[in-house]
Design a protein around this ligand. Sequence first.
Ligand SMILES: [Zn+2]
Length: 235
Amino acid sequence: MVWIQVYTDPHEFIRSEKIESVSYRSITKDQSEDWIEIIARPMGKAVLQVPVNTGKFPKTVSDQKTWQRLVDARARQVVAEVIRVVSDKEQRSSIVSLQDLITFDFEKEAPRSLDIEVWVWNIPCHNCQKETPVVYPVGSFFGYMLEFNFLSNLPLLLAERFPFFKKGAPKGKDGEEFRNTCTHCGEPQPDWRVMESYLELVNTPGLVQEKARLVVPLTEEEKLEYKKAGISSSW
Ligand SMILES: [Zn+2]
């Protein structure tokens, strides 16, 4: 017979033979939404808490299902391990703390996409001086300010949504990059001008005409960067 230490109270113990079953539930801990707690029944006491490393609860329904399946699969592994310890009849009158015996190191899940905010506002065209709209991503990626080329899939998505964000005139060489382009004279606006104007917007937020959100799928390489950085997934 084993005495199991209750997770939430180090001075409380449960006799393992009194435990009829164990179950798990998702909990939020230190702002992480991907922890589970193992509950001993019928006492209803938590005997273990484990991070399942699945990242934050996703925003889209299909991702939520995948996320939940992964949580369940990992939780079942933990439950199986708890049952093994609790059912051990060899240990006599020993006192065990499950958190010392059961250590899982689940691999961190990388997000499949990033949710990014983009702003649209007007600047004077550097060629014809007429007001023309420009778009720019807001926020940061690994602590760096977001730029068009930080995420491989971002420029194309911007181009689909904002027709003035496009590759240069046909005379342009292959590999020409997408840029904000004047809606009057067709001249690409240099990135540094857009950036400079963006930095000034902080003081004049009323000039932003549109704020939109884009879901940008990450490439395999970008997912790896995420894992290396140890950034918690938001799918
Ligand atoms: Zn122009």
